[in-house]
Structure formats: structure tokens, C-alpha cells
Design a protein around this ligand. Structure first.
Ligand code: SAM
Ligand code: SF4
Ligand code: SF4
Length: 362
């Protein structure tokens, strides 16, 4: 039996003076990709056949420096951003990432508070880096993990990476003092659906929040098919038969996950229904690629070049112009791809030009 639906997110219509797009959505959340490289080849994200040794990754000079990222992040915060998530590619491959974390941790929101600073990682290097990241001021960690069964996990990451090392990374993050660590599991029918209950059993009662994500039609290389999407409703039905669930309020406006508590008090679990239950109406996220292009939607074809602006415009005088450009771009935003797809009216997309998840991050 599927449990009742949780309460929807509270309204977050922007107050006067807050930057809003054409659908009234504020800009509060920025995801920054710090590298387009990864040490995994997850079949749904960076299939080996495409991301091989001949793949044209960005040269170092094309990537935003830590100073450039920090400058932009400061300007975004001035425009209302409160939450920044570092992603990739695999962000822990970027050398010295803790230096960037320390710079971002020193920034403040318009209200004068520290940013909500998070990182999404495949966990492969977390055991070595968790303590340094925490010391640098990182607030939250989300680890992507698609299976507990070692053989299934090795098949999905496609580089024969053992699950034990990712689990050790999660433990290191707990030991380093990160609270409310999240684990994201992309569920593909026919690939890892049998791992749903073992994953739930493993993380129940540990304080780690497991979230099940529907496999999305992002990018042009993963050969996405609707019949491989396992709807969240089925995940919830399976889960609630084994462990009764009660709905929880959304913890923040625009939150992508529907949250549930285990009725026996063993913690929290969530589902992210990107395909079957579009949440564009509350989407307050922008994404910055490793080379400084700003994307207003995961499914956008084109990004707005902020690297050129950063490099052409010297600090003080340029900052005002960059902020004005950002305001102009956000105010023109009307993207809502997933909603349109649900209505059967998604705009025709040139598959060859779709942006890859590994380039702009999840
Ligand atoms: N490498 C890091 C990681 O895996 O956590 C960060 C970047 S990765 C692109 C960010 C998230 O996107 C991961 O949780 C991954 O599982 C998710 N992702 C990638 N391709 C996806 C797809 N086609 N559908 C749903 N989620 C996807
Ligand atoms: Fe790498 Fe993350 Fe994509 Fe997997 S999901 S290939 S770990 S970027
Ligand atoms: Fe936001 Fe685009 Fe995803 Fe809709 S489809 S929730 S607008 S990123």
C-alpha cells in the first residue's frame, strides 16, 4: 500500500526586492560544478563508450579558478542565494577543494548568515578528505550510492570500485562530525531495484537519510528509456510494506525530496520524483558549469557565459555589471522542462546538444 502523500512545500513567493524569474521563483540555490572529470563511469551518467580517453575534457585554463568561483558566489549571495552545493563530475578530484570550501564558508547571505554549504560526491575519496572538508567549513555531505551488493555496485560504477570504500567514506564523514548525511540512490528498473530494501535496512537507525531518485532523461548519452524508470510511488509502496512510514513536512521551500519518517522512529527516508512528479513550480536552482556557464535548468541547451564577464571585468567596477547581468538573466527565466514533459508538451530538444549531468552536476 502506498502511504498518503506528504504535505507540499510551503509557498516561497519572493518578498519585495527579491530577485524573481518570470514564474515568480526566487534564486536561492546554486550548484557549482568544480570539475567535468570523474573516476567512475556510472552507466546512467558517463557511459564508458562515450567518456573514453578521447573525450574532450576541459583544459585547466578553461576552468574557473577558486578565486573566480568565490567572486561569483559572493555576487550570487548578494542576489539572494543562500545555499551552495559543490558537485561535478567528481568534486573531490579537484585538487585542494578544501581551500575553495574555506573561501565559500566565509561568505554571507543577504541576511548576514553563513551559506548552507554542501557537497555531492561519489564517496570514493571521502575517507581521506572528510575531516579536512569539515575543518574548512563544509556543512553537509551527500553521497551517491546505488547498491549495497558489491557486484551490483561495481557493475553500475563500471570501474570495478568496491562498495566497502564508499561505506568507509560515509563512516569517515560521520566521524568528522557531519550531521544529517544524505545518501542518494538512483533507481533503475532491471538494474538495482532489488537493492531498495537492503539499502533501507542498512541506513535505518544510523541518522543517515536515504533518498531514492528516479532515473532521469538528462543528457544525450545514457540511452534513457521510460521503462527503466521505477516510479517513486512503487518505491514507497515496497518500503512501506516492510517498514510503515509517516509523512513529514518539507524542511525547506522548493525542496526536491518528499520526506517520510519510519513509524518506528528509525529515522527518515525520502524520494525524489523528478520524472513522475515534476517540481518545477518551486525550482529556485541555477547551475554553474566548471567553465563558468550558468544554466537555468537541468535540461537547458545553452548556458550564459560568466567566465568571460569575470575575466573581462576587473573586481570592483565589474561586480556591479556582473550582478546586473545575473538579475537580467534570472528575471527572463521561464524554464520548466519536467512539468512540460509531464503534460506531454516538452519542447523539442536537439539530443546532440543536451547538457550532460557530469558537466553541470546533479
Ligand atoms: N560525482 C558526484 C556524485 O555522483 O555524487 C557528483 C556529480 S553527479 C552528476 C550528481 C548526482 O547526479 C548523483 O547523485 C548521480 O547519481 C545523479 N545522476 C546522474 N545521472 C543521473 C540520471 N540520469 N538520473 C538521475 N540522477 C542522475
Ligand atoms: Fe561520476 Fe557522479 Fe556521474 Fe557517477 S554520477 S559517473 S560518480 S559524475
Ligand atoms: Fe528545475 Fe528544470 Fe528540473 Fe524543472 S526541469 S525542476 S525547472 S531544473
Amino acid at each position: 500500500m502506498t502511504p498518503p502523500s506528504p504535505h507540499s512545500a510551503p509557498s516561497d513567493r519572493p518578498a519585495a526586492g527579491v530577485l524573481a524569474d518570470r514564474l515568480g521563483r526566487p534564486l536561492t540555490d546554486l550548484r557549482i560544478s568544480v570539475t567535468d572529470r570523474c573516476n567512475f563511469r556510472c552507466t546512467y551518467c558517463m557511459p564508458k563508450e562515450v567518456f573514453d580517453k578521447d573525450h574532450p575534457y576541459l583544459p585547466h585554463a578553461a576552468m574557473l579558478s577558486f578565486e573566480e568561483i568565490t567572486r561569483l558566489a559572493r555576487l550570487f549571495a548578494r542576489q539572494g542565494v543562500r545555499k551552495i552545493r559543490l558537485t561535478g563530475g567528481e568534486p573531490l578530484l579537484r585538487r585542494g577543494l578544501e581551500r575553495l570550501v574555506a573561501s565559500l564558508a566565509a561568505l554571507r547571505t543577504r541576511e548576514g548568515r553563513p551559506l548552507d554549504l554542501g557537497l555531492t560526491t561519489n564517496g570514493s575519496l571521502l575517507a581521506q578528505k572528510a575531516a579536512a572538508l569539515r575543518d574548512a567549513g563544509l556543512g553537509r555531505v551527500t553521497v551517491s550510492l546505488d547498491a549495497l551488493d558489491d557486484a551490483v555496485f561495481r557493475r553500475m560504477n563500471d570501474v570495478d570500485f568496491p562498495v566497502a570504500k564508499v561505506l568507509a567514506g560515509i563512516e569517515a564523514a560521520q566521524a568528522a562530525g557531519f550531521a544529517r548525511i544524505k545518501v542518494n540512490m538512483v533507481v533503475k528498473r532491471g538494474t538495482n531495484a532489488q537493492e531498495i530494501l537492503p539499502m533501507a535496512r542498512h541506513f535505518r537507525g544510523t541518522g543517515v537519510v536515504l533518498r531514492f531518485i528516479e532515473y532521469m532523461d538528462v543528457g544525450a548519452t545514457n540511452g534513457w528509456r521510460m521503462d527503466e524508470v521505477l516510479p517513486s510511488s512503487e518505491v514507497l509502496s515496497l518500503l512501506s510494506q516492510a517498514h510503515p512510514l509517516v509523512p513529514l513536512e518539507a524542511s525547506a521551500p522548493g525542496e526536491t525530496a518528499q520526506r517520510w519518517a519510519y513509524a518506528d522512529g528509525a529515522g527518515e527516508v525520502g524520494v525524489i520524483s523528478s520524472v513522475t512528479h515534476a517540481f518545477c513550480g518551486a525550482c529556485s536552482r541555477a547551475r554553474l558549469s566548471t567553465d563558468g556557464r550558468l544554466f537555468l535548468c537541468l535540461f537547458a541547451h545553452d548556458g550564459h557565459d560568466f567566465r568571460a564577464l569575470l575575466r573581462d571585468e576587473p573586481e570592483a567596477a565589474g561586480d556591479a555589471r556582473i550582478q546586473a547581468r545575473l538579475a537580467q538573466i534570472w528575471q527572463a527565466r521561464a524554464d520548466r522542462y519536467s512539468e512540460l514533459r509531464a503534460l506531454g508538451a516538452a519542447p523539442p530538444r536537439n539530443a546532440a546538444r543536451r547538457i550532460e549531468m557530469s558537466y553541470i552536476g546533479g
